[in-house]
Design a protein around this ligand. Sequence first.
Ligand code: TYD
Length: 220
Amino acid sequence: MTDGRPSRGVLITLEGPDGSGKTAHAEHLRAAIAATGREAVLVREPGGTPAGERIRAILMDRDESSVRLTQRADALLFMAARAQLVERVVRPALERGAVVVSDRYLDSTLAYQGFGGRLGVEELLPVGRFATGGLRPDLTVLFDVPVEVGLARKTAAETTRFEAHFDRAYHERVRAGYLALAAADPDRWIVVDATAPEADVLEAARAAVLGFLAGGTRRA
Ligand code: TYD
């Protein structure tokens, strides 16, 4: 245990801007991992626990006037939902030796609140370490997509306040932030071109994940 992590399991996170399609691939990836004989657990953020789903309802409220979250409160709610998920679900699964696939994780807060909302990664990182108890992903797949392509994929019914109230420049900062995070830590991140046909995107992600799992256990 180098960073407070159980040593047997593997944590794989899926990241990407809105409309990157990663959620559509998440269950396929979980099933592909399960087919190798390992226990595979899929979780999503924000949410994944009873408390986390209630926090999600506040965060995803489209009626901003009733909530009026400040940027900092916003970031802390994402972190609170994450803390709950990590301790109640992710760590126990890792302790059993499972592979956990998380649809979004700490890097979402860094990209959205840190870069998009300009709270800054340096300020958020210590809060993230506190929330997760230092649990870092072994592998992160970034489903990269240009802003106009991603936003065009979202139907009106699907839009949260993130698409409805944040402008184009915000989403550009999110995408650039993700690419910067990936470039800064190439050992952990794999960038998949999510503008490719869906089957090709899934295959690229699947190959990356299964290749990583076949190559051994997590890095310390
Ligand atoms: P969701 O409907 O789950 O969409 P997606 O399939 O794209 O993940 O909405 C999650 C939204 O919350 C998405 O716009 C990104 C945003 N978000 C943050 O801003 N910060 C975070 O820490 C997380 C986890 C999500």
